[in-house]
Design a protein around this ligand. Structure first.
Ligand SMILES: Cc1ncc(COP(=O)(O)O)c(C=O)c1O
Length: 400
């Protein structure tokens, strides 16, 4: 499979090393074309083996908390490595909702700085957490989505000395539009506010260096581009910020020494472990590490280059087939996730694509095709051909 044969710019589309070998480790590729990574990545032999390792340990030993906790620490460390943070700056939680709620519960909304600026591009769960904190004094202001994206200048009227935090998704779940986090961080910090990022729709296909970007806190779960499973998410909190934050969403794993069992003492570790809560999701940690290490082994930069080429192929090929793309078309402003307008019938389209062996993900009025490192240009073309055949057969054709 030579990329030059497929119209992909050789300058940016670096084929991942051992693509065929990686593909052989993803059993579902023998029968289906998974392009639903924005929703759930496929199982690999490695994630399967990780789950089996936990189940075998549990079956064989009955209980091995030392080994299981060590595995949670390995998952924490793998995530930290991926975002260029220290493991002491990473908490292990169970979902992005839980991570956001923990962070929110550590903020003080009683002072003059009580405004939280939230983009309309957030996944609803994130907006919900901030709205729920209005009862503690939070004021929520919205940065609009216009023409499928968030403009940097639209933050300006909302940023002032009353702004406590900006909650900004890195990539928009609806269409893959990507915000310029470095520019946003500069803007936010100029007003003395904090930047919290939801990286669920980007991490794994977009390299992220939290230090270089100047992000204060960031959350991401494991089941999408991190090639893992539901039930585990990570929360990065910048070291300099940690000691100021005492989350009300807490539990015994958030203590300096959980195994001291001091019921009447709320001692905080110096690390992001203060955002850990109850018994961690052990089996999910096994799987998450396997997924994250796959990303690290293939190489985040190579994944970005390859999938950017695949994303561009989706845009160009979609346009050539007369499909309407939702949101930005410039591959530098988006993840590989590409959304095609199909109106009220998006779930029908998802089902019809599945019937043809193609896994896509419907969201509102669009169908999303979200390639990852293991996908090929041929798979992109097959999905686009199928979509171009299905859309005209719908009873309510897509509005442009
Ligand atoms: C950007 C983004 N954030 C958050 C979520 C949901 O997070 P969780 O279910 O872990 O709370 C999703 C799920 O699709 C998402 O796309």
């Amino acid at each position: 499979m030579a990329s030059s044969n497929h119209g992909i710019d050789e300058g940016t589309a670096t084929r991942p090393a051992d693509l065929e070998a990686w593909r052989r480790r993803i059993p579902i590729l023998r029968s289906l074309i998974p392009l639903n990574n924005c929703s759930q990545a496929p199982q690999t032999q490695r994630t399967r083996a990780a789950a089996d390792a936990y189940l075998e340990s549990w079956r064989r030993d009955g209980m091995d908390w030392e080994r299981w906790m060590a595995e949670v620490e390995r998952a924490r460390a793998a995530f930290a490595r991926l975002i260029h943070a220290d493991p002491d700056e990473v908490a292990v939680t169970t979902s992005v909702s839980a991570a956001t709620a923990s962070l929110a519960s550590a903020l003080d909304f009683t002072g003059a700085r009580r405004k939280v600026v939230v983009t309309e591009a957030e996944f609803p769960t994130v907006g919900h957490v901030w709205l729920a904190h209005r009862k503690y004094g939070a004021e929520v202001a919205w940065t609009p989505v216009r023409e499928g994206l968030v403009r940097l200048e639209d933050y300006d009227p909302l940023l002032d000395d009353r702004t406590l935090l900006v909650s900004a998704t890195h990539a928009y779940y609806q269409n893959g539009f990507k915000q310029d986090l470095a520019a946003l961080a500069e803007k936010v910090h100029a007003h003395g506010a904090l930047l919290y990022v939801d990286a669920y729709q980007s991490l794994g296909v977009c390299p992220i260096d939290v230090k270089a970007l100047g992000v204060d806190a960031l959350a991401c779960g494991a089941l999408k581009f991190l090639m893992g499973t539901a039930g585990i998410a990570f929360l990065y909190v910048r070291r300099g910020l940690l000691e100021r934050l005492q989350p009300a969403v807490t539990g015994w794993f958030g203590r300096a020494d959980p195994f001291a069992f001091r019921v009447n003492a709320l001692d905080w570790p110096d690390t992001a472990r203060r955002f850990d809560t109850g018994t961690p999701p052990v089996i999910n940690a096994y799987i998450a590490r396997a997924g994250i290490e796959t990303i690290l082994d293939v190489g985040p930069e190579r994944i970005e280059a390859w999938t950017r080429g695949l994303g561009r192929r989706l845009v160009d090929g979609g346009r050539a087939r007369g499909l309407t793309i939702h949101g930005p078309e410039d591959s530098r402003r988006k993840t590989p996730t590409t959304a095609f307008v199909c109106g009220a019938a998006s779930h029908t389209v998802e089902a019809r694509l599945r019937a043809r062996g193609i896994l896509a993900s419907a969201r509102g009025p669009v169908i999303r095709l979200a390639p990852h490192f293991y996908n090929t240009p041929e798979e992109i073309d097959a999905a686009l051909d199928a979509l171009a055949e299905i859309l005209p057969t719908l009873s309510s054709p897509p509005a442009a």
